[in-house]
Design a protein around this ligand. Sequence first.
Ligand code: ATP
Ligand code: MG
Length: 434
Amino acid sequence: MRLSRTLAPTLKETPAEAQIVSHRLMLRAGLVRQTAAGIYAWLPLGFRVLKNIEQIVREEQDAIGAQEMLMPTIQAAELWRQSGRYDAYGPEMLRIKDRHDREMLYGPTNEEMITDLFRQSVKSYRELPQMLYHIQWKFRDEVRPRFGVMRGREFLMKDAYSFDLDYAGAVISYRRMMLAYMRTFQRMGVKAIPMEAESGPIGGNLSHEFIILAPTGESQVWYDAAFERMDVSPAAVSHHSPADLERFFTEMTTHYAATDEKHDPALWEKVQEKREGRGIEVGHIFYFGTKYSSPLGLTVAGSDGTPVAPHMGSYGVGVSRLVGALIEAFHDDAGIKWPDAVAPFRAAILNLKVGDAACDRISEEIYAKFAGDALYDDREERAGVKFADADLMGHPWQIVVGPRGAASGRVELKRRATGERQEVDLDAALAQIG
Ligand code: ATP
Ligand code: MG
């Protein structure tokens, strides 16, 4: 994209309403704008990051055999009455009436709907197990929407649902999903700690929150350094092998990990390699048995013909929250330092002298080579403004084209993450960026 014709309204001043660094930087870098309390419009750069995160989440869900679908945002109240959650959910649920006075709601989550869809079409144990997911906007009328997209009212979530014939099957689905989560966050360049969470009425240890480490995170976390070394690659753990999954799960759940409420100083004492940090919850997975299949009448015929209520689990990732969480993990005083995997553009091309024949020619040549994956700063602005905006927006690479170098085919290459700069030939620069 050419920056001169891109809606990327950067701000020099720190917006007064933003309390945390990711919110400030998202506004300053022109990624989002608030349109109502806790509701945001995603401007082109922010939208590209959101899509990149979504794509990583999607690929890792697909890799473990989850099927992508799309359920609507608006739901009928009726199903929620059947599960008993229509009243239980409280004021966080946005309730709507249509023109015929029918009660509807903007979905805060989709357990009821997926259970109903499954009920209509799946009849036999032979069709299980299955996992389904969608990436869809949710609405929760949070009491205090804050921290920008980290706690919004409308937010993008990946929610997956598993259906198994029995508890043993559900445990395997749960472990598979945990593996997919570890891979997902690792690809985004962050360390995720699976933290045992309240598991509700069903009990067991099948509920985990995933906390990613970021110095400005809202909760304190204590964990064993073993998490930092865990190899979750397909070569190390196959999602097809129950034995692999069990070994992986044991490894994940026997090491110490706690947040403020769960911290146990006596147990912590025994941890060999203690690590402390701050963290942000970006995902939550849990097994809930037949909590929805029973009241909604979902049964399948078991192998002897008797009806069986499938055991279910649900698995959420805060896709839009991750945009903020990753900025919390990767930034400095000058702005965002996007990890390569999610950056809006791989590189920014800074033409320091628009109108200079050599600068224009080289900049255009580089821009063409990136086939859309570069942001070309072709504005008639001072060099200082271009440097500041590129640092603020956080592209992993900056290619600086100035009149002196351009005449001899040289550019300055800057790596945003390290600040390292080199003056190199154009071809060498492109080869390094890869
Ligand atoms: P929280 O404790 O932060 O309110 P939750 O327990 O309500 O989260 P879940 O229902 O498990 O969250 O939703 C799954 C994921 O969706 C969370 O891990 C989080 O990343 C994200 N999420 C939940 N609420 C919001 C929100 N208001 N804004 C942005 N993301 C959210
Ligand atoms: Mg909540």
